[in-house]
Design a protein around this ligand. Structure first.
Ligand SMILES: [Zn+2]
Ligand SMILES: [Zn+2]
Length: 138
């Protein structure tokens, strides 16, 4: 009987791989786009990750402003002082990104996209850990 259980597990593993591949293919179908910011006229990259994020949120329009100007606008809207924002390079991909605080130096600063994928990674790791515990209990 134990043989059947192993087979099931293998099947699940294979399914996971297929799922991952489908995800990769989906990512590859979307291309990075160069867009011009209407505020500072700088060309910025509308990354694949951001496009995924936009479509997940149901947004059909492309961003009109670069991430920096978008953040500045958000800060101004919430009544904060824009001069408190700092432009840093993302610790992961090196893209210049503006953050609404002064980085202290002991924590890496990520662009919005890397920050999101980092968060997703942590969540996934948590799920794996939970799965391991269940496996041990069985
Ligand atoms: Zn801009
Ligand atoms: Zn980044």
């Amino acid at each position: 009987m134990s043989h059947d259980v192993t087979g099931e597990k293998e099947g699940a593993k294979r399914l996971n791989k297929v799922g991952l591949l489908a995800q990769v293919c989906r990512y590859m179908a979307i291309q990075e786009k160069n867009l011009t910011c209407r505020d500072c006229n700088r060309v910025f990259i509308f990354s694949v990750g951001e496009q995924e994020f936009f479509s997940a949120k149901g947004l059909v329009n492309e961003p009109k402003r670069c991430p920096n100007c978008r953040l500045l606008m958000r800060v101004q809207r919430s009544g904060d002082d824009p001069s408190r924002t700092t432009e840093v390079n993302c610790a992961e991909c090196g893209v210049p990104t503006r953050v609404p605080f002064q980085p202290k130096g002991y924590r890496p600063v990520y662009c919005t996209y890397c920050f999101r994928s980092k968060k997703a990674e942590v969540q996934e790791n948590k799920e794996v850990a939970a799965g391991d515990i269940t496996a041990l209990a069985v």
